[in-house]
Design a protein around this ligand. Structure first.
Ligand SMILES: [Fe+2]
Length: 315
C-alpha cells in the first residue's frame, strides 16, 4: 500500500465533459485535438489488439518499437500496461520522464475493464505547477531532479541483469552513452544517477510538470518497506530514489506537496471495453487506481525522442 500517497480528492470525468471524437474523425482530428487539449477519449475505437494497432497506425505518428519498462503484448509495438500489484494505486508519472528518451503521445486501450476500480487518473501538469508552492516550483525549475538507482544484492533486479553484462566496464560505457553517472561504493554497490528536468517548457511557452517523483520517492513507500530497504542497504538508502538535481535530498514534505498539487489538478477516467484514451505525455501525468478482476489494458507510445526535443528547458 502507498501509506502516504494515494489519489485523494480526484473527481470523475463527467460523461458530458469527455473530449470524445467519433472514430471516423479520429485520424484527421485526434493529434490536433491532443496538441490543443492534452487528452482525448475515443469510445469503441477498437474491439481487438490488431484493431487498436490499426487505429493508432491510422494517426500517422511514428511509433515506439522498444521500451524496456513495459512487457510486450505479442505485437512488437503494443505493450501491456505497467505490471503493478492490483491492490495498490500506481501514482502519477509522466511516462519515461526519468530517462533520456521520452514519448510525446500515449494511446491506452481497454480490452477488458476491471470488475471494480482500475480507473486511469490524469493530472494536468500546467495546472499542477500553478498550484504548487512557489519555492518548491522555483527549486525544481532551477535544479531539476536526479533519479538514483542502487543495485544492492537481493533488492530489486541485479545490475548484471539490468545491463545484460557481467562486465563493469561495459556498464560504464552504457551509462556514458545514455547520460547516466555510475559509481561503485566500497561495499561493491553500483549506483546510477540520471539528472534531468522536472518542469518542461511546451511549444506554446507554457510550463508543465514532467517527472516521476511519486514513483521514485521513498515518502510514498509503506513505513515497513522503507525501513526494510534502509536496513538492507549499507548506506541506508532505498533501491530507487529521487533527489534534487544538485544532489541534495528532496524532502518527504516537498514530495508529498508535489503529489498533492498533481491530485488537485487531477481527474479520473473510468474505462469501458473498446475505449482509447490518448494523452499528451508532455502535459498530462497518468496513473492507475487499484482494482479487482482481470483488467487488461494496452498502450502504444509515439516514437521515443530526446527529452530536450520533446519538453525543452528553454524557460
Ligand atoms: Fe505509465
Amino acid at each position: 500500500m502507498n501509506a502516504h500517497g494515494s489519489f485523494e480528492g480526484l473527481e470523475r470525468l463527467p460523461r458530458d465533459a469527455i473530449n470524445e471524437l467519433p472514430p471516423q474523425d479520429a485520424p484527421a482530428g485526434l493529434i490536433a485535438a491532443l496538441d490543443r487539449k492534452g487528452w482525448c477519449v475515443i469510445r469503441k475505437a477498437a474491439d481487438s489488439l490488431p484493431g487498436f494497432r490499426q487505429f493508432v497506425s491510422s494517426l500517422h505518428v511514428p511509433i515506439a518499437e522498444r521500451y524496456g519498462d513495459l512487457p510486450r503484448s505479442g505485437a512488437a509495438d503494443v505493450f501491456r500496461t505497467t505490471p503493478y500489484p492490483p491492490e495498490e494505486d500506481l501514482l502519477f508519472h509522466n511516462e519515461a520522464s526519468h530517462t533520456s528518451k521520452v514519448p510525446k503521445y500515449l494511446f491506452f486501450y481497454c480490452h477488458r475493464a476491471a470488475e471494480t476500480g482500475g480507473a486511469t487518473p490524469i493530472s494536468d501538469g500546467v495546472r499542477a505547477l500553478d498550484l504548487l508552492d512557489r519555492t518548491i516550483a522555483d527549486t525544481l525549475r532551477r535544479h531539476g531532479l536526479t533519479y538514483r538507482r542502487r543495485f544492492v544484492d537481493g533488492l530489486d533486479v541485479a545490475w548484471q541483469d539490468y545491463f545484460d553484462t557481467d562486465d563493469p566496464a561495459e556498464v560504464e560505457r552504457h551509462c556514458r552513452r545514455d547520460g547516466l553517472v555510475s559509481s561503485w561504493t566500497d561495499d561493491g554497490v553500483l549506483q546510477v544517477d540520471y539528472s534531468t528536468l522536472a518542469i518542461g517548457c511546451l511549444p506554446d511557452g507554457r510550463q508543465s510538470m514532467f517527472h516521476q517523483v511519486a514513483l521514485h520517492h521513498p515518502a510514498f513507500l509503506a513505513d515497513e518497506i522503507r525501513e526494510y530497504f534502509s536496513a538492507y542497504d549499507p548506506q541506508g538508502c532505498t533501491p530507487r530514489n529521487v533527489l534534487l538535481g544538485d544532489g541534495t535530498p528532496l524532502s518527504d514534505e516537498w514530495a508529498r506537496d508535489i503529489l498533492a498539487a498533481q491530485n488537485r489538478a487531477g481527474q479520473y477516467f473510468v474505462w469501458e471495453r473498446g475505449d482509447v484514451l490518448a494523452l499528451d505525455n508532455r502535459v498530462y501525468a497518468h496513473g492507475r487506481m487499484r482494482f479487482s478482476g482481470s483488467r487488461e489494458n494496452y498502450v502504444i507510445m509515439s516514437a521515443l525522442e530526446a527529452v530536450k526535443d520533446v519538453c525543452s528547458t528553454g524557460f
